[in-house]
Write a protein that binds this ligand. Structure first.
Ligand code: PEP
Length: 248
């Protein structure tokens, strides 16, 4: 039985006041949440969130990392640094990193490896563009993205990886994949993992991301191969995020 995981990706949306209000709001409604809940904060706010969530059920994540441990990489942040502020998870390969910052499958695979080497759990994002779906290439794209990581870290490493399937056309658009579309791709992802190791395929959490909200979360998370959600916009309102956390 896989535990439901709900992770919030705040992206570049925060201020000290907003973070305090949001985290306190989430904490106040966590008593009846059974899902594992992760909040992925922008780097400058990791320390603030770390302090706010001490002794709570909330887990902390970062949104990216640099593959180097330290050195002359102006503006970059390493795995050790985010761990220093209590992060246990890190988003890797988000479609915005792939499209806006040129992250290739190989770079993403290296980031997965560096996260794992440093004891961080990668939230490893994959997903197809609209034209790739419309041309019938969804499975080709997600299998290429997964294979790059398997080639780099091996299938055993998936014991410590959370996969997030995020169709790019559904991210931030208000257009959600139908439960059937999402389930079909999740089942494909799990079958691909199973070709490498059946037990690991069964235990690997595969989250859905892409305009998940309190209205559609229950039906999506209710699908056999959907183990939770990676939430963007709806993670910025405590009430909405909590409703998704309770949908599992
Ligand atoms: C995301 O950015 O990972 C995401 C799923 O965003 P949204 O929920 O806003 O579509």
């Amino acid at each position: 039985m896989r535990q439901v995981i709900v992770a919030g990706n705040w992206k570049m949306n925060a201020s000290k006041e907003a973070v305090s209000t949001l985290v306190m709001g989430i904490l106040s409604g966590m008593a009846d949440v059974e899902s594992k809940v992760v909040v992925c904060a922008p780097y400058p706010y990791l320390s603030q969130v770390e302090a706010l969530i001490t002794h709570s059920q909330l887990h902390l994540g970062a949104q990216d990392l640099n593959t180097n441990a330290s050195g002359a990489f102006t503006g970059e942040v390493s795995a050790n640094m985010v761990k220093d502020f209590g992060a246990e998870h890190v988003i890797v390969g988000h479609s915005e990193r792939r499209s806006l910052y040129g992250e290739t499958d190989e770079i993403v695979a290296e980031k997965v490896q560096v996260a794992l080497d440093n004891g961080l759990t990668p939230l490893f994002c994959i997903g197809e563009l609209l034209e790739e779906r419309e041309s019938g290439n969804t499975e080709l794209v997600v299998s290429r993205q997964i294979q790059a990581v398997i080639d780099r870290v091996g299938i055993e490493a998936f014991k410590n990886i959370i996969v997030a399937y995020e169709p790019v056309w559904a991210i931030g658009t208000g257009v959600t994949a139908t439960p059937q579309q999402a389930q079909d791709t999740h089942a494909f992802i799990r079958s691909m993992l199973a070709e490498n190791d059946a037990d690991i395929a069964q235990s690997t959490p595969i989250l859905y991301g892409g305009s998940m909200n309190p209205t559609n979360a229950k039906e999506l998370i209710g699908c056999e191969d959907i183990d939770g959600g990676l939430i963007g916009g709806a993670s910025l309102k405590a009430e909405d995020f909590l409703q998704i956390c309770k949908a599992g």
